[in-house]
Ligand binder design. Structure first.
Ligand SMILES: Nc1nc2c(c(=O)[nH]1)N[C@H]1C(S)=C(S)[C@@H](COP(=O)(O)OP(=O)(O)OC[C@H]3O[C@@H](n4cnc5c(=O)[nH]c(N)nc54)[C@H](O)[C@@H]3O)O[C@H]1N2
Ligand SMILES: Nc1nc2c(c(=O)[nH]1)N[C@H]1C(S)=C(S)[C@@H](COP(=O)(O)OP(=O)(O)OC[C@H]3O[C@@H](n4cnc5c(=O)[nH]c(N)nc54)[C@H](O)[C@@H]3O)O[C@H]1N2
Ligand code: SF4
Ligand SMILES: [Mo]
Length: 731
């Protein structure tokens, strides 16, 4: 077996560490500056429809090209997820295409005179080497010891590859570090996950409660457009958030809840709806099991009881419950998205689902619509025999294995046979997105082999053995996109301009690697166009029309249902009481569990989104950094006074495990409770290869060294870290 590098040093991709590196072309860099303008005076040579990958909402884009350069990105008016508009990140996609720091050529980690370096290699050499190393790991430890981490639309071809190899060890931080508990909570209660795009009928709603969901900062395009439409229609918003978020500023009620106590509020809302006979009785009688058990369960969960937990006045709890009830069924509590907060997250989501059941809003206008999808048959390939790695952890209602457990199972612990030995990482920056950065790095160091498929040098590529540069979304085809939505549709991603540098599309990388691994049967098509047109022909759809319009709409079907529901739960009804949970020894109704409080002198660390950035994906994007150059630490005015810290002061954070990050500038504000501080995720990049992103602001990820696991599906509750703040002293 080829000698594995045992301890990988973090390896930058720069002139000094790459053997044979050519400097980035000056012409390209100067163009990158000129292109930021999104110039509206230029007449394009062509306008190419495609869809966005600056986040995972997948809005339709029209890209204008002049002299083979993309100079403008706009929303595709025909695409239902953009309606002619993009969010600021989507407009800034040009910054990702023309980022001079992009990965340019395949790289292999190598040791020269005891020093680790990158060696620029041909694609053939990179893929031959990768195939050899994966084959060795499979032969020695079995295929399931090869894990795929994947995020983003292009991951589909790598799933085919890894399954073809025989591994079902396929994980995603967007599951157990994001929305996994919500999906399990809704599957247990309604028999199906909420999914992305969330199936909330916001434009027709008359009252919406947002728990944390910070729309306007969380910039999911259509969700924000819908929220504006609802606001214009006079919808009442209730925002429950320890921080006065943008959506709080549009709300009739802001409930500055004590962090971690939302389940108490939800149970008190259920109490008021039942005790005051405000729930949708006909819906409940027709569609719900376990109502009587719920009524008994929340009998003593009075607003007065909840006040002591949440800090929200009983009168406000009653008023908001009545406001929701008055507008039901055109009212809902938003199910949230990034819900891994305190470990009891599936149960909290169940409480949200139950309050929504009392509002009778499933399948109702202004509540939850029943999504439609345009089904396009898969390209026919043999079914692979893929297995999950052996020591499968025992979270009874996980829809996927947990990324966190796969990382833990990669660390050396004496039982090599049960370990994960290789990672294929597509579009994930795991050191920053899994909890406990140091442990993730330890895991990566323990692996026999890591290959990262990425567009940018990032923390994850720094610990890889092979780095494969993918095209950005503006240079490549991808698989078809047909998210279940209020109208059925299928959308196309197609190259707007030719590949820059020696980057390649993901489909080509997966297919070529598949061929080297002897897996050609899973990639029988000639190229992406052959693959796409074959799929479309089977669905009687025109590839030519899709190329021209970027999207094809299907025939809309009804999205509301007035009769009895037939759900996919065991009882076929909405399960307030979950026998499935009870059978697994877990509470059949959501219990409120108090969350550990910060020790004296500590703040709870909270984090969220900036409207113009997507995690670490954009923190090197020149265009977007012009708008928001760094993150700030939000602290309550009163606490800043006590600590004698002025606005704008640079501070350091230190968590309960003595991990430090910073410096970060202080934002002193009334808009946050005294017991917590808040920052935007994705900054504090530690990689000097990022000529613009390096060293801006601080990293929340470094501070998440402690988690609380969700007993239902294994999500990693991350809002359980505490920090002290001190003035930064320049060394
Ligand atoms: N501390 C902390 N941790 C978090 C969160 C948090 O707020 N704080 N948020 C959580 C949430 S909500 C989620 S969804 C997860 C997301 O976490 P991940 O799944 O890891 O996803 P990203 O952070 O988007 O991954 C970024 C990587 O994708 C690369 N990339 C960008 N575009 C492309 C492309 O077109 N092709 C390829 N091949 N690569 C590309 C970037 O260069 C970067 O290296 O993180 C979770 N983890
Ligand atoms: N611009 C932009 N938009 C994005 C993304 C992005 O990177 N950039 N990422 C997308 C992704 S992958 C996701 S998952 C979503 C995440 O976005 P959301 O699901 O909307 O938000 P969260 O990150 O869960 O929550 C952040 C909010 O929760 C509040 N909060 C913290 N603790 C508590 C608590 O105990 N109770 C309550 N009620 N509130 C609390 C914080 O103060 C903050 O306002 O955003 C998506 N949209
Ligand atoms: S919400 Fe913004 S970043 Fe996300 S896909 Fe749409 S335009 Fe792109
Ligand atoms: Mo997420």
């Amino acid at each position: 077996m080829a000698s594995a590098i045992n301890r990988r040093t973090f390896l930058r991709i720069s002139g000094t560490t790459v053997i044979g590196a050519a400097a980035a072309s000056a012409g390209l860099m100067s163009f990158s500056k000129a292109s930021w303008a999104n110039d509206r005076t230029v007449t394009p040579d062509r306008v190419v429809p495609t869809f966005c990958e600056l986040c995972f909402w997948k809005c339709g884009v029209l890209a204008s090209v002049k002299d083979e350069k993309v100079y403008k990105l706009e929303g595709n008016p025909k695409h239902p997820l953009s309606n002619g508009k993009l969010c600021p990140r989507g407009v800034g996609g040009i910054g990702a295409l023309y980022d001079p720091d992009r990965l340019k050529r395949p790289l292999i980690r190598t040791t020269v005179n005891g020093e680790e370096k990158w060696r620029e290699v041909s694609w053939d050499e990179a893929l031959t080497y990768t195939a050899k190393r994966l084959t060795e790991v499979k032969a020695q430890w079995g295929a399931p010891s090869i894990a795929l981490f994947s995020h983003g639309h292009g991951g589909a071809f790598f799933k085919t590859l890894v399954k073809g190899l025989g591994s079902n060890t396929i994980v995603a931080p967007s599951n157990d570090q994001c929305r996994g508990p919500r999906e399990s909570g809704y599957e247990l209660t309604y028999g199906e996950a909420v999914g992305s795009v969330e199936t909330v009928d916001t434009p027709h709603s008359k009252c919406i409660a947002y728990l944390g969901t910070h729309l306007g900062e969380n910039m999911h395009n259509t969700a924000v457009q819908d929220m504006s439409a609802a606001s214009a229609n006079g919808c009442t918003f209730i925002t429950v958030d320890p921080r006065f978020s943008i959506i709080a500023s549009k709300s009739k009620y802001w409930l500055p809840i004590k962090p971690g106590t939302d389940t108490a509020l939800l149970l008190a809302w259920a109490h008021v709806l039942i005790e005051e006979n405000l729930y949708q009785r006909a819906f409940v009688e027709m569609n719900v099991v376990g109502f009587d058990q719920l009524a008994a369960h929340v009998k003593d969960k009075t607003p007065e009881w909840a006040y002591l937990e949440t800090g929200i006045e009983p009168s406000v709890i009653r008023a908001t419950a009545r406001e929701l009830a008055k507008n039901a069924p055109a009212a809902f509590v938003h199910p949230g998205r990034h819900v891994v907060w305190y470990g009891n997250d599936t149960q909290r989501t169940r409480a949200v689902a139950i309050v929504n059941g009392l509002l009778g809003n499933w399948g109702k206008k202004g509540g939850f619509y029943l999504p439609q999808s345009l089904s396009v048959p898969a390209y026919p390939v043999p079914k692979p025999h893929a297995e999950l790695y052996k020591p499968r952890l025992n979270f009874p209602f996980a829809t996927l294995p947990c990324a966190y457990d796969v990382a833990q199972a990669s660390v050396k612990d004496g039982d090599d046979a049960a370990r994960i030995h290789a990672w294929v990482v597509y579009g994930c920056n795991v050191p920053l997105t899994l909890p406990n950065t140091a442990k993730t790095i330890e895991a990566m160091n323990a692996l026999d082999f890591v290959v990262a498929i990425d567009t940018m040098p990032s923390e994850v590529t720094g610990y890889a053995d092979v780095v494969l540069p993918e095209n950005t979304y503006l240079e490549r085809h991808d698989d078809l996109e047909s998210t279940p939505y209020r109208v059925p549709y299928v959308a196309l991603r197609q190259p707007v301009v030719a590949s820059l540098y020696d980057s390649k599309p993901g489909w080509w990388i997966a297919k070529s690697l598949g061929e080297k691994l002897g897996l050609s049967e899973y990639f029988p098509w000639k190229d992406a166009e052959d693959y796409l047109s074959t799929r479309l022909t089977k669905a009687n759809l025109s590839y030519e029309q899709l190329k021209k319009d970027g999207v094809i709409l299907g025939t809309p079907a009804p999205i509301y249902e007035d009769g009895p529901l037939t759900l996919k739960t065991p009882s076929k009804k909405v399960e307030f009481f979950s026998q499935q949970l009870a059978d697994a020894g877990l509470p059949g109704l959501p219990d409120y569990e108090p969350t550990e409080e910060p020790p004296t002198g500590y703040f709870r660390l909270l984090f969220g989104r900036s409207p113009v950035h997507t995690f670490s994906r954009t923190t090197n994007n020149a265009r977007l950094l012009e708008i928001v150059p760094e993150n700030e630490l939000w602290m309550n005015v009163e606490m800043a006074r006590v600590l004698d810290l002025k606005p704008g002061t640079k501070v350091m954070l230190e968590n309960q495990d003595s991990v430090q990050t910073g410096p970060i500038r202080l934002r002193v504000t009334q808009r946050i409770r005294q017991d917590c501080v808040y920052m935007v995720h994705g900054f504090g990049r530690e990689d000097r290869r990022l000529s613009r992103g390096y060293g801006r602001g601080a990293s929340d990820a470094r501070l998440v060294t402690r988690i609380k696991r969700d007993p239902v599906m294994g999500g990693t509750g991350m809002n359980v870290n505490f920090v002290t703040i001190s003035r930064w002293k320049e060394a």
